[in-house]
Design a protein around this ligand. Structure first.
Ligand SMILES: CC/C=C\CC(=O)SCCNC(=O)CCNC(=O)[C@H](O)C(C)(C)COP(=O)(O)OP(=O)(O)OC[C@H]1O[C@@H](n2cnc3c(N)ncnc32)[C@H](O)[C@@H]1OP(=O)(O)O
Length: 701
């Protein structure tokens, strides 16, 4: 048995082919072990290669050739065996892994299916039911789970390559027929059709409009019902369709944007690679409402010890009861041990004096937050980082009441904070690079996708949401129903339309913000123009009628009672809208789903261009990651800015101009950046950063 170490990077496939051929020809070689370099078996295909023509030997015949070898071939899996990497291992006769290895077929997350025989070999190895789960979710499994499922033959805590060598030597000369997965039948449950139908409707529901999960189920149906060669033909056909779809490009873009945002940079020139983060071991959370509780759990799961402070006794008692249970549940969900005794509860702000970082999560009210920050500045030791979980208030104003404004940043979590992946890290003009780096690193430890954003009302996510919500309300005034608007958005791929979402989060949240901004409330005249702009008082009137959404059992929809979850259309809302239109002399017209999407989504996208122009976000990837991870933007559409590129910037500009010129639909004035991009020939989204920087240098923005 001779060891051939495989070369890394794009020549991997050629390296494997050459090594296997040498091993076959060499009479001294009785068996073969395929391993990776530097403790990693293979992370799969280089996704960047998908953009151009494939070079080197194709994967499918290469894996077939390995499977056909008449000397035993084992894959020694260390680190990762993902995608094409696991498909290669499935072509081997045996699979031996290190206990820390991770395996999976994540192609579905990239808009593809396991197209190098994975969709046909895996079900033959572990059965249809388990293969459906792994392939349609793309989830990674540990070596222990892979062993249990039957993907692996052996797992070791020691050197996997040494064990694999020993193993293949021990089986040399034994028959290999039963080890060639392509020759085996696919173990299926008796009710195979009903299983496939059930999984199909589940994936359709889970990722509405996404092509890849559907194609994965179709490929597995072929594995269950057709001979291997025909199954492979089906796999090839489906893969070709997916490969050329916009969705695969969008999902691959989303893979990279998630990583690009980690490489943050600020307009000052500070960035991830020239700023030092502090390692936090003790933190405090102030305010134990829904957000505060989730943040405590997210921190505790990283092993950070947390002082959880709530000054209202009743709320504190409830949080002390609920938070440990939340922690246990979440640890279980993530298959982690519950960190022991890391949370201490207190009603006294003085108890935060020894922590290194505080996250304030009190009610979204500036005067209350200012009071808390003043107090924190007096009790915390010098050098403590002070963060606010505000969803849009001025970070600089908070920083101004502390002795060290450089140590103040926003950490905008999304509810539920221990589950949702997005974290906006908001830097004010005085926030230090160290504070930003620390908040970003802390977010990463919590498993968040942190995005560094500038300080402006609503930051990135909520600032873009505002014109989107405005247009949705205007559409109701003009003749649409909440259901029509929601259906168009859900058809586009959002898990929930804007009105269903508003009912879920509570209509009073926005009402309070509008009251604080002087847009509504006692003494404000009930007109359709406020502060010089078109304004729809519809949501305010809903709140005044006590319809706050799910919590009151009534909102834009009706529910079975307070806290009910199933939305049903409500004739009351239809009458309310008709009465409103009559009062304001508005004539309802028929509104198409296309108009709903244009008005809502292009308004949001246009604000995204304004945000890029104002340098509140460093690049389109930042905006797209925020919308995919925090606002339910369908991942298979990449994000709003990517989507704009897919639709065509010229088309977006033309439609914005069209709606803007309509006398009753102002607000949609196209952004200067969008105009300049169109004038420059609509470069692809990957080039926008460079374009913006150049325009800025030449003072065109
Ligand atoms: C016929 C088609 C055949 C096969 C289909 C496929 O194989 S599709 C590809 C399937 N594989 C994957 O989806 C794996 C994707 N990668 C990951 O899940 C993680 O990167 C991984 C391997 C678990 C490592 O995670 P870690 O957190 O350690 O590193 P990070 O994610 O930050 O990645 C480091 C840098 O590597 C780049 N990268 C990772 N995987 C790929 C890839 N498959 N192709 C291209 N580039 C990849 C990643 O972008 C990072 O780059 P950087 O420039 O440092 O940001």
């Amino acid at each position: 048995c001779t060891r051939y170490v495989l070369v890394k990077n794009t020549s991997v496939r050629q390296g494997i082919v050459d090594a296997v051929q040498r091993a076959l020809k060499d009479p001294k070689v009785t068996s073969v072990v395929i391993c990776g370099q530097n403790g990693k078996f293979c992370g799969g295909a280089d996704i960047r290669e998908f953009a151009g023509p494939m070079s080197g030997p194709p994967l499918v015949p290469m894996i077939h050739a390995i499977e056909a070898v008449d000397k035993p071939v084992a894959a020694a899996i260390e680190g990762v065996a993902l995608g094409g990497g696991l498909e290669l291992a499935l072509g081997c006769h045996y699979r031996i892994a290190h206990s820390k290895a991770v395996l999976g077929l994540p192609e579905v997350t990239l808009g593809l299916l396991p197209g190098a025989g994975g969709s046909q070999r895996l079900p033959r190895l572990i059965g249809l039911t388990a293969a459906l789960d792994l392939i349609t979710t793309g989830r990674h499994v540990s070596a222990a789970e892979a062993l249990k499922l039957g993907i692996l033959d052996q797992v070791t805590d020691n050197n996997a390559v040494d064990l694999a060598v020993e193993f293949v030597r021990s089986v040399a000369g034994q028959p290999l027929d039963s080890r060639r997965l392509s020759t085996l039948p696919c173990p299926c449950p008796p009710d195979v059709d009903s299983l496939l139908d059930k999984v199909m409707s589940k994936v359709r529901q889970r990722s509405r409009g996404a092509l890849a999960p559907v194609a994965c189920v179709q490929a597995l149906r072929a594995a269950a019902s057709l001979p291997y060669a025909q199954g492979m033909e089906k796999e090839r056909e489906l893969m070709a369709t997916l490969f050329n779809s916009g969705q695969a490009r969008a999902l691959q873009y989303a893979f990279f944007s998630q990583r690009v945002v980690g490489k943050w940079s600020l307009p000052s020139g500070a960035s991830w690679d020239n700023s030092t983060a502090r390692t936090i071991s003790k933190a405090a959370v102030i305010g134990l409402g829904t957000m505060g509780r989730g943040i405590v759990v997210a921190l505790a799961l990283t092993g950070i010890s947390v002082v959880a402070v709530e000054t209202q006794e009743k709320q504190l008692a409830e949080a002390s009861r609920v938070v440990p249970a939340m922690l246990q549940r979440e640890a279980g969900r993530r298959r982690l041990a519950t960190p022991p005794g890391v949370i201490s509860f207190s009603s006294n702000l003085q108890d935060v004096s020894e922590v290194e970082l505080v996250i304030e999560a009190v009610f979204e009210d500036m005067s209350l937050k200012l009071q808390v920050f003043k107090h924190l500045a007096s009790v915390c030791r010098p050098g403590t980082l002070l963060c606010s979980n505000t969803s849009g208030l001025d970070i600089d104003q908070l920083a101004a009441v502390t002795q060290s404004p450089g140590l103040v940043v926003g950490m905008h979590f999304f509810a539920p904070a221990h589950v949702m992946k997005l974290l906006e890290v908001v830097y004010g003009p005085r926030s230090s690079p160290e504070a930003v780096a620390t908040a970003m690193q802390l977010g990463k430890r919590m498993g968040k996708v942190g995005v560094a954003v500038g300080n402006c009302p609503g930051f990135v996510g909520n600032r873009m949401l505002k014109p989107y919500l405005e247009q949705a309300n205007f559409l109701l005034e003009e003749g649409a129903t909440p259901q029509q608007v929601d259906e168009a958005l859900e058809e586009f791929g959002f898990p929930m339309g804007v009105f269903r979402m508003s009912d879920l989060s509570g209509l009073d949240v926005g009402w309070r913000i509008r009251k604080e901004a002087g847009l509504t409330g006692p003494g404000v005249e009930s007109t359709r123009t406020r502060q010089g702009r078109r304004y729809s008082p519809l949501p305010d009137q809903m709140c005044e009628a006590g319809r706050l959404g799910q919590k009151t059992g009534k909102g834009w929809y009706q529910y079975d009672g307070p806290g009910g979850r199933v939305a049903r259309s409500d004739p009351w809302v239809d009458i309310f809208l008709e009465t409103y239109r009559a009062e304001h002399g508005l004539v309802a017209r028929s509104i198409t789903p296309e108009e709903i999407l244009e008005r809502c989504l292009y308004a949001l996208i246009n604000e995204g261009f304004n945000i890029l122009q104002d340098a509140v976000a460093a690049g389109p990837e930042d905006i797209d990651a925020i919308y995919v991870f925090g606002y339910g933007w369908p991942r298979h559409r990449g994000g709003p800015m990517f989507h704009a590129g897919q639709v065509g910037l010229g088309r977006i500009l033309e439609r914005l101009n069209h709606h803007h010129s309509h006398p009753d639909v102002p607000h949609l004035k196209p952004s200067t950046l969008l105009r300049r991009l169109v004038a420059a020939g609509s470069p692809p989204v990957q080039k926008w950063r460079e374009f913006i920087n150049k325009e800025r240098v030449h003072s065109q923005l």
